[in-house]
Design a protein around this ligand. Structure first.
Ligand code: ZN
Length: 263
């Protein structure tokens, strides 16, 4: 291939090598993102949660982080968008029986699980329940923020007009479809924007619920109470009108009329 025996590598050979390296980097990155918790860097294990930016975590790691923000060193940089458990969604993932079997076999043989090795294409612990394709970073996967179901993007594209989740059948909004570990910066921007809007709506709902629970009706009663008091004063005895109040003097006139007819 050139670069041995003192020969100078040609440009196209260098470009080819660079492309090979980039491909290997992308593959390793896809494995890191889809097989490991973004926070603890431990293999993903159920229960798994996803955030609104499409990153995957072990729920246990997130709980630990929320209790102690310094538990994972750079946790505050990775999870700057996670302030409470409402900021993540527990995912409904489909286990891959092949991964379970191979892990069991390897454990029996004293080997470490294949997913901890970057040498070969490891077997994912999870797959798409529709296409049965593995969630290993080779093809895009998604989850729905409202129900948490995980599937391949291809599965949803096969049913483009469906407005209910292809796994649990619950209705969903298109803005709640979150691509998992997308490397596209445009997608990342879009997800951040949607996250901001979703959280604003959440705050609005909280504020509305708070103002609803305030005892407004009591204040209304007070108002009607004082109105009633005024009415009583107006219909009061005719011989005691308050000259400064036009209402009271009117009542006085009325009272006098009544007295006249009585006589
Ligand atoms: Zn669902």
């Amino acid at each position: 291939m050139g670069n041995d025996g003192g020969s100078i590598p040609r440009r196209n050979e260098m470009v080819r090598e660079k492309k090979k390296d980039e491909k290997a980097d992308r593959k390793n990155q896809a494995i890191a993102l889809n097989f490991f918790c973004a926070l603890s860097k431990q293999p993903l294990e159920q229960p798994i949660v996803g955030d609104e930016l499409g990153r995957l975590y072990n729920r246990e790691a997130i709980l630990e982080y929320l209790l102690d923000r310094s538990a994972f060193g750079d946790g505050h940089t990775i999870c700057e968008n996670i302030q409470c458990l409402k900021d993540v969604k527990t995912l409904n993932v489909t286990p891959n029986p092949a991964a379970l079997n191979s892990e069991r076999q390897q454990a029996n043989g004293g080997k470490k699980p294949a997913l901890l090795s970057f040498d070969a294409q490891p077997t994912s612990r999870f797959l798409c329940p529709i296409t049965m394709k593995e969630m290993n970073g080779n093809m895009p996967f998604e989850f729905i923020w409202s129900c948490g179901c995980v599937f391949s993007a291809q599965a949803r594209k096969e049913l483009p007009t469906s407005t209910t989740c292809i796994v649990c059948d619950k209705p969903y909004d298109l803005v709640d479809v979150i691509p998992i570990n997308s490397q596209d910066s445009k997608v990342a921007d879009e997800l951040r924007e949607r996250m901001r809007a979703r959280r604003e709506a959440r705050e609005d709902k909280k504020r509305a619920a708070k103002s609803k629970s305030k005892p407004k009706s009591k204040r209304k009663l007070d108002v009607s109470g004082s109105v009633e008091e005024v009415n009583i004063a107006v219909a009061g005895p005719a011989d005691a009108p308050l000259p400064s109040s036009p209402l009271a003097s009117k009542a006085g006139v009325k009272g006098a009329k009544v007295q006249k007819t009585m006589a």
